[in-house]
Design a protein. Sequence first.
Length: 388
Amino acid sequence: MRATESNSTYDVAIVGAGVFGAWTAYQLQRTRKRVVLIDAHGPGHSRSSSGDESRIIRMGYGADEIYTRSALRSLQLWRELFARVDQPLFHRTGVLWLAHEDDPYPVECAQTLERLGVPFQKLTTAEVNQRYSQIGLERISWAMFEPESGVLIARRAVQAVTFAAIKTGVAYLQAAVETPNGKRQLDHITTTTGERISAASYVFACGPWLPKIFPDLLADRIHPTRQEVFFFGTPPGDCRFAAPALPTWIDFKDETYGLPDTEGRGIKIAIDRHGPPFDPDSGNRVVTDEGLAEVRRRLALRLPELKDAPVTETRVCQYENTSNGDFLIDRHPQFDNVWLVGGGSGHGFKHGPVIGEYVAARIEGSQEGIEPRFSLATKASEHNRSVF
């Protein structure tokens, strides 16, 4: 990576080379801005919310059409980037929603997809069993299949965006940034090693570190939580647990999701429920016995042939949750030239390309398409999640 020079001046300085920051840098560079991207540990590093092996990209968002549209556009941009850099980092596994009898979310997903013309199929349990006999269907009444959705190879995808941005002119600096001081117009930011970086505009897209850099403003608005993820090995020579034989699946009501064996990593499974508070710098990243026991129960329920499968990898990452699950993309109230970009809330990774477009448009001064739901004013201290 190309390092910056000390005391440099840029059009835009972006703090955080996760999926939001990397795509913002990439989109701004395409507008001929002089951009520097700064990260404390490097793009796709193990402490970041963007640093796991894989992430689901799906179009279903219940009745939340705004996120379905964003996911559609983002998938297009992801695929264009991967073609440009010649890296196959999207796997079209399909996404299978497993619906319970009293389960309005998949119903709303289907209604939204139909309204927007997104391909999907409604399946009976008999049809699911015929296609995917590996999947246990206890308590499942029907299913919905998104054939165009699938899996993004997350860590490498973030690195691919970052390297593409650097190749086209974005400067990169690996450094930690201190909390900025002042009011109205931020003149510069300072790294912990004393470097001063000046820019016309600043974007702080540093995930779970946002409330640490701006504690007075965001400590009660963005809450990092501890999330455990597990990978299980599949039987040797058995291709039934890899795509296309097995899709990505989501059991929304049971708060569980699973990914097929992708690139030899094994089955990935996790509980999509907010964990306890977590510090991204010092938090313990070893999974708990309780977490493993709960995931094994879900594994036995949905992939019963793998109930005794060996654990091959584990991750402890974090969500950085807003009060309602909507993203935070807004100006800092004390600085006219500082943008806060975060609050991925466990579902943000897939939207990185559109977030980059959105932030770039705001910095360019465009008022078109401003989304009130992303404003700081809508982020409360009391949690009432409505976006999943």
